[in-house]
Structures are given as structure tokens and as C-alpha cells.
Design a protein around this ligand. Structure first.
Ligand code: TNX
Length: 528
């Protein structure tokens, strides 16, 4: 739908974008210009609405809007201490969540209006209401993010917002294989994605260092293959019930989980568990280092295809989303001929489960179906090859969005093979111009991967995630012509207090004019 609305010109008054930071007593009108990702259009007025203990949330009972209303009450309840219960439109102070409105807003867009009597969010679909609530969060003072009750006035300037995403696929990837992250950590990760209007969580569930998802028909995958992690840590895995719990938690935040099983390389943990999948039939040593391209399934063995079919069948059964990611990257010790035949077979298995296959860009060398999703990470040529076969391209260009790269040479955590990535590098690129030979309509969206060779706690993960993920969320959501680095750096500088209130120990990039006092330092590495 991009290009449908004329942004900020004509009758829309766009709020001034470079505003002085008065962080202690911010003018609520400034909040409209501060939202990350940047709003498509916003105009603030001179009136004020204040959320109080008598504010009610109006949503049609039993509808999806009522689900979003409950989420809103839970999210704003902790800091305000207000119940924000369901109530009638006639109440004196209301937040209205209404399904309907302009169909052109699409599945994720919304209109948000603040008057002195209350807030009205209107959207054609519930996801839009949810994103309207995320915007409302950022219109309130940063203290709204704190987990315990605050003494604050919850005042919002009156105004009008119309907002919708540029890309339908806005994601991050968490590698739970190199180091394992438990269910509570993944839920925290999901909440952080939701706050920045991201809608895809790619879970990298298997690699050389650990197998993390229970497969009932091949139990040793987790019994043995789940016991290891980089650096010799304890490992771990999700039962299928826990995985379903994650999927459901994500669904309630309008996030689709994409499970990834990396094949035919990155499989040492599976070979440890089932040596018959290995060409020499021997049990390899468990791997806890960080090299890649060291292992392969014996792709020509019938037992290997049975294994793959069982894994994908079980994974498909617990994954309501339409995609299964089969990895396919860095199969350096698989013969190219075997690799191509293997990917072709895997594609049939995925298709037979009624799912669409996703793979890293290397799968473009195989005869992939049109409509396959190819995830670009380093080779423009492979992305273009994929597109020429009718694939849709997901952009994960490593020099811009690899969240495991160090910010600069002084960063303790992370790697640097794709370069240093400070916030400006994560922000100042465009998915369409990155690979000129791709058409704009061939790019599906963006996924920012967090590989976890050097990261084993959420505190460390969050340090690498933020503020880069906020920058990348804006690349994925906001119109290209509305993005400008200097303006963003000012806005991010004012956003620091909010990230702190969210409990995020983010990287205080020297390229950003932070307006709040530093309250944290770089976490020490316990990496390899
Ligand atoms: C390359 S990106 C990999 C991963 C590593 C990552 C480390 C990709 C498809 N493969 O296996 O974890 O580099 O930065």
C-alpha cells in the first residue's frame, strides 16, 4: 500500500522533527515526533488527555479487539496502577479500540486520534489495533514501561496519527542453538519485538552445538543432542508443549514464529544423537566451538530422508504459521550435486506438509519452487538467482543487520567477520537499493539475526540488540523517504530513557546524542 497516502504534505501537518530534548518534563506534543519506528503521518494539537483510574477501554466483547484491550490493560496496568477495565463508549474517559475504518490501512495499519475525552484507535484488523497500542505506549511518559507503580501524570497531547508498515515481514532471528535461551527469555525477546512493531520471530532451533526442539520420533535429538552449547555450557531444549507456549505467546502479540532446522550442514548435534545419519556411521565428538561448515547429513541415505520427513512433519504439526525454514547455509562439506538433490527432496517434504519452504540464500542453487522464500545474508548473486526462479527475497544483509557483529573494536561481545555495525550502519541502508538487480516487489521484508556464539544471557543479548533493532525496525516499517539519519539519531537520543525504563541495558553509541544519564555499562563477555 506504499504510496497511497501523501505524507505530511497538504492538509497533514507533520510535527517538527528536530526538537530540543527536555527530557525531565517533556512536552507531550513532542512525543508524536519521537515514536520509533517513525509514524507515517502525525499531527499534534494543543489539548491534553490524561489517563486516570476511571479510564475504561471500549472494545466489542468477544472480538479480537477485546483481546487487544486485555493486553492494553495488562501492559499499562503495572506502572499506572489503573485497572483500565472494559467499559461503555459513554464513559467520561475512554480508550476505544474499534475494528473497521479505512480498508486501505491494510492488515496492520491504524488510525489513532487523541481528544481531551480519550483515545480512539481504529483499524481494519486486530494487528493494527495492537500497533496502535504500541504507539500509545510511546506517547505516554517513559515511566509507563516500569514494572512497578509510578507516581506520574499519564498525559498525552491531542492529535491525529495515520500509520501503516512498509513491509509485511519485519523480523528478528534468535539463535537458541549456540547458547540455549529458556521460555521466559524467548517471551522477553517477543515482547521487545512487539514494542517496535516487528511481526516475525525466526527461531534457529538446531545447529552443530545443540538440538533444541523435542522430536518424539527421534528422542535422542534432545536427550543427547540437546546437552551441549558453545563453550561447554549446559544446553537445553524446548518440549513440544513449551514450543507451543512460545508460539501462542507470540500469536497474542501478532508475531509469527518461523522454526528453523538447519540442514544438511550445521548438524553435528544430530549426528551425535544418531550416527547412522553420518556417512561414516561413526559418532562424532560433540562440538562446542564456533567454526561453521564442519558437518553434513549423509544426504543420499534413505534413513536421512526419513529423518528429515519425521522432523518436518512433527514441526509442521506444532507450527500454525505457513513457513518452515530448512537452513541450507554453509553446507561446505556436502558435495554440490548432493546438496542440490537434497534441497529438492526437502522442498517436496515441506510442500507435502502444506508449508512453504524458507532457506538461506544458498538454496537458490537448487531447483526451488516459485514462491519459495530465500533469505539473503551475503551473496547478492545468490539472491538474484533465487529471484530469477520466482523466489521472494528476505533481506538479512550481514554488514547491516547481523546483530552479533560488534558495534566497534572496543565491543567485548560479538564477532566482526561482516564488519563493525554501529547504529548508523544498521539504519542507513535500504532493502530495495541494497541489491540493485532485485525489483522492489521481489523483496518481502527484513530479518535481523542474533547469532549467539558469544552471547549466553538475555542481558548480553539485549546489549547487542539495542539500539540496533530499533533502527532496523524503522527500516522495515517507515516509508523510505521519511528516514534520515541525523533526525533519527536525535530521536533515538530522546528514546534512551524509554529503553532504560524497559530494563534494556543498551549500547550507548557515541554517535547518538543521548539525553538521559547513563545507568549501565557494557556486560562482560563470558563467550568462547
Ligand atoms: C554465519 S549467517 C552463519 C551462522 C553463524 C554466523 C555468525 C549464516 C546463514 N550462517 O552459522 O552463526 O555466521 O555470525
Amino acid at each position: 500500500m506504499s504510496g497511497r497516502w501523501v505524507v505530511g504534505r497538504g492538509s497533514w501537518v507533520v510535527v517538527a522533527l528536530t526538537l530540543a530534548g527536555c527530557e525531565h518534563h517533556p512536552d507531550p506534543a513532542l512525543a508524536y515526533a519521537g515514536v520509533i519506528p517513525r509514524l507515517v503521518s502525525a499531527a499534534s494539537g494543543t489539548g491534553r488527555f490524561t489517563l486516570t483510574g476511571s479510564t475504561v477501554v471500549v472494545a466489542s466483547p468477544g472480538s479480537e479487539a477485546a483481546d487487544v484491550a486485555r493486553y492494553l490493560a495488562a501492559t499499562f496496568g503495572a506502572a499506572t496502577g489503573f485497572a483500565l477495565p472494559p467499559g461503555p463508549d459513554s464513559a467520561a474517559s475512554t480508550i476505544v479500540l474499534a475494528l473497521g475504518g479505512a480498508p486501505a490501512l491494510g492488515n496492520e495499519g491504524y488510525d489513532l486520534t487523541v481528544t481531551e475525552r480519550g483515545v480512539r484507535i481504529e483499524a481494519p484488523a486486530a494487528a493494527g489495533l495492537f500497533y496502535g497500542v504500541q504507539t500509545l505506549r510511546q506517547l505516554l511518559p517513559p515511566a509507563i514501561e516500569r514494572p512497578e507503580r509510578q507516581r506520574a501524570r499519564w498525559t498525552i497531547a491531542t492529535g491525529v496519527i495515520r500509520d501503516y508498515p512498509r513491509y509485511a515481514w519485519r523480523g528478528a532471528m534468535l539463535d537458541v542453538s549456540r547458547h540455549f535461551f529458556g521460555v521466559a527469555d524467548v517471551k522477553r525477546f517477543i515482547d521487545l519485538l512487539a514494542a517496535y512493531k516487528l511481526n516475525v520471530l525466526q527461531l534457529h532451533l538446531s545447529d552443530d552445538q545443540g538440538w533444541r526442539i523435542e522430536i518424539a520420533s527421534w528422542p535422542r535429538l534432545t536427550e543427547l543432542g540437546g546437552l551441549t552449547a558453545v563453550g561447554g555450557g549446559p544446553g537445553g531444549f524446548y518440549t513440544q508443549a513449551q514450543y507451543r507456549e512460545i508460539v501462542e505467546y507470540a500469536r497474542r502479540r501478532y508475531i509469527t514464529v518461523i522454526p528453523e532446522i538447519d540442514l544438511p550442514g550445521h548438524t553435528n548435534a544430530a549426528l551425535v544423537a544418531y550416527p547412522e545419519l553420518n556417512c561414516n556411521g561413526k559418532v562424532p565428538a560433540p562440538y562446542t566451538g564456533i567454526e561453521t561448515g564442519i558437518s553434513s547429513l549423509c544426504t543420499r541415505r534413505p534413513v536421512v530422508m526419513q529423518f528429515v520427513a519425521d522432523v518436518i512433519r512433527e514441526l509442521a504439526a506444532i507450527t500454525p504459521g505457513p513457513f518452515i525454514h530448512i537452513g541450507g547455509d554453509e553446507a561446505d562439506v556436502t558435495l554440490p550435486r548432493d546438496y542440490v538433490a537434497f534441497i529438492d527432496s526437502v522442498q517436496r517434504i515441506v510442500r507435502a506438509q502444506g508449508k512453504t519452504m524458507i532457506g538461506w540464500e544458498e538454496i537458490a542453487s537448487a531447483p526451488i519452487d516459485p514462491g519459495t522464500v530465500v533469505q539473503h545474508w551475503r551473496s547478492a548473486d545468490l539472491a538474484v538467482t533465487g529471484a530469477s526462479k520466482g523466489a521472494h527475497i528476505l533481506m538479512s544483509p550481514s554488514p547491516h543487520v547481523y546483530l552479533d557483529m560488534k558495534y566497534d573494536s572496543a565491543t567485548v561481545l560479538g564477532q566482526n567477520w561482516a564488519g563493525y555495525i554501529d547504529v548508523d550502519t544498521a539504519y542507513a541502508w535500504d532493502p530495495v537499493t541494497r541489491i540493485p538487480a532485485l525489483g522492489a516487489d521481489q523483496v518481502l521484508g527484513i530479518v535481523a539475526p542474533l547469532w549467539t556464539e558469544t552471547v549466553s544471557t538475555m542481558k548480553e543479548a539485549e546489549y547487542l540488540l539495542f539500539p540496533r533493532l530499533a533502527a532496523i525496525a524503522e527500516v522495515a516499517w517507515s516509508p523510505a523517504d521519511a528516514r534520515e539519519w541525523n533526525e533519527f539519531s536525535e530521536r533515538l537520543g530522546r528514546h534512551g530513557a524509554r529503553m532504560s525504563a524497559m530494563g534494556i541495558g543498551f549500547y550507548r553509541s557515541p554517535r547518538i546524542p543521548w539525553r538521559d544519564a547513563p545507568s549501565h555499562t557494557q556486560p562482560a563477555s563470558e563467550g568462547p
